[in-house]
Design a protein around this ligand. Structure first.
Ligand SMILES: Nc1ncnc2c1ncn2[C@@H]1O[C@H](COP(=O)(O)OP(=O)(O)OP(=O)(O)O)[C@@H](O)[C@H]1O
Length: 291
């Protein structure tokens, strides 16, 4: 039996202590259980991580599902990063791990959305709950997910992991397609393990190639069958129509000005969601549902 002690955790009841004793008995090494892990073990955390946009959360029955992989794909500029940043802000005080593989983390935009968050208070340090990592190569990304990520999750309260974007490290090294497929499969397996063990929502952002853009329902992210089989939910982001809005985001057909681009998040595949879409706009303060 591994040595165990209960430090820092307070207000444990007899049920919690019995659960911790069982965990320690089954483990061959010392056990570190944070308050968050205890909640995971007791299975009392909400099953989804909110995106912070009313219409999208309505469609997704509360947000991104924990314990599995969600792929968000769409053409450049469709709003994939905005959705992820908004979810990171809405997830506060719970943490987000944001792994950037292409562009740097958009700090300015994150701060802008944070300050406009409905629960914003000057004393809240939103930045402290976001752990940013930049990796550009596939092996580096794999090692980050397998080694550094679990270590970080052991000692921090995190409920969302974002990879922006998932294909970029593999795109630059595409000479060996078999190796690429194998690495993608390994990455998906490692991400799924982390998602299950720590009860996290893992959101993988994926671009569609320019030749695929605008081809209607045939637009598909292509990372191979092995990868596709690991993804539980696939969401397609696209620009749809333009509309006129007044300052309160109310739709007015007769307004000649303030034309705004509407975006649509469509459930391309999910075991528990209908193939429907939610509309939203992107404003300075983040994603907003249309009234
Ligand atoms: N402050 C802002 N106010 C209003 N709209 C904004 C603001 N910042 C970004 N946007 C909108 O978000 C769009 C960019 O979205 P985003 O960066 O999420 O796209 P993406 O799908 O991640 O693209 P890529 O694949 O190229 O990274 C911009 O084109 C703009 O329309």
């Amino acid at each position: 039996m591994a040595p165990w002690s209960i430090r820092q955790l307070t207000n444990l009841n007899s049920e919690d202590i019995a659960l911790l004793k069982n965990v320690a008995a089954e483990s061959s090494s010392p056990v570190i259980v944070t308050g968050h892990r205890l909640l995971v073990m007791k299975n009392v955390l909400p099953k989804r991580v909110a995106t912070g946009c009313m219409s999208v959360d309505g469609l997704l029955l509360g947000g991104f599902q924990r314990g599995c992989l969600t792929e968000v794909y769409g053409e450049s500029g469709s709003g994939k990063t905005q959705v992820a940043i908004q979810a990171a802000v809405s997830n506060w005080p719970s943490g987000t791990v944001y792994i950037c593989t292409e562009d740097l983390f958009p700090v300015k935009r994150f701060n802008q959305i944070s300050k406009n968050n409905i629960n914003y208070h000057p004393s809240h340090d939103y930045g402290k709950s976001v752990f940013v990592e930049h990796v550009t190569e596939s092996q580096e990304l794999l090692s980050c997910i397998r080694i550094r990520l679990p270590k970080l999750l052991e000692s921090n309260n995190v409920s969302l992991v974002v990879i922006d974007s998932v294909a970029a490290p593999f795109r630059s090294e595409t000479t060996n397609y078999i190796q690429r497929a194998e690495e993608l499969r390994e990455m998906a397996i490692s991400l799924l393990k982390v998602a299950r063990e720590f009860n996290l929502a893992v959101v993988c952002i994926n671009q569609v190639t320019s030749s695929m853009e605008g081809t209607g329902d045939n637009v598909l992210p292509s990372l191979g069958l092995a990868w596709s089989n690991m993804v539980a939910t696939r969401l397609w982001l696209r620009k749809s129509r333009s509309i006129c809005l007044n300052q309160d985001n109310y739709h007015h057909e007769d307004m000649a000005q303030n034309m705004v681009q509407v975006r649509e998040l469509y459930v391309a595949f999910a075991p528990d969601l209908p193939n429907e879409a939610a509309e939203f706009i992107i404003t300075e303060s983040g994603l907003k549902a249309i009234q």
